[in-house]
Write a protein that binds this ligand. Structure first.
Ligand code: AMP
Length: 223
């Protein structure tokens, strides 16, 4: 699966981050999550972090002019020396997609595919409200189905495992509405370019991974 340049899109909680991590761990693709990039800026207290914080906390999109520059820079850093990459959570608006496509074009790079993870809202809400994340290494757990071995402690790095502030039920509704109004239009944008592949995100992660790999195996990679 190496050498791919991919976008994983889908509403929050559809498991696209988990699948991006799997490709990263097993195939050496760089997995770049815009949510992680922004949360890190907020943690570090940078100027960008200060501009992003209120949007992230309330489940709204950080303005394009803040996100585009930092994500294109993060992508060129992450992709150096990596066997391809997968973007998780970026682009999230049509202007972001246009900026990314322009950047790739300038570097004479093709995007190989966009995988759109689909799941019903009721299941999304169930998954997100039980999601727990390590604040240090970002490993993801599920309070019901896959808790860490010691409560609140990451199996992988010993960091603190907790619920993200924006995974609380009152913020999830805003994030879903934001997705429908601002990110769903990207489905048309990428499908018009023949790049969109729909993934049923309802089955267990192993099964979804097999479906992802089947799609990637059938992708045409010109360069
Ligand atoms: P995520 O971890 O992908 O669910 O992202 C968490 C939050 O970060 C979102 O609710 C937004 O506030 C912000 N965010 C992440 N990616 C983007 C993006 N591409 N454009 C704007 N805001 C973003």
């Amino acid at each position: 699966m190496s050498g791919f340049r991919l976008i994983f899109m889908g509403a929050p909680g559809t498991g696209k981050g988990t699948q991006a991590q799997r490709l990263s761990q097993r195939d050496g693709l760089a997995a770049l999550s815009s949510g992680d990039v922004l949360r890190n800026e907020i943690k570090l207290g940078t100027e960008i972090g200060k501009q992003a914080a209120q949007y992230v906390t309330s489940g709204l999109l950080v303005p394009d002019e803040v996100v585009i520059g930092i994500m294109l820079a993060a992508l060129s850093r992450a992709s150096a020396g990596a066997a391809g990459w997968v973007l998780d959570g970026f682009p999230r608006t049509v202007p972001q997609a246009e900026a990314l496509m322009r950047g790739l074009h300038e570097q004479r790079l093709d995007l190989h595919g966009v995988l759109d993870f689909r799941l019903e809202d009721a299941e999304i809400i169930r998954r997100i409200s039980s999601r727990r994340v390590c604040s240090k290494c970002q490993a993801t757990y599920n309070a019901r189905l896959l808790p860490p071995r010691r409560e609140g402690v990451c199996d992988r790095c010993g960091g603190e495992v907790a619920q993200r502030a924006d995974d609380r039920e009152e913020v999830i509704a805003t994030r879903l509405a934001t997705y429908r109004s601002q990110t769903a239009p990207l489905i048309g944008y990428f499908s018009a370019r023949g790049m969109l592949h729909v993934v049923d995100a309802a089955p267990p992660a192993e099964q979804v991974e097999a479906a992802v790999r089947a799609i990637l195996g059938a992708l045409d990679r010109g360069n």
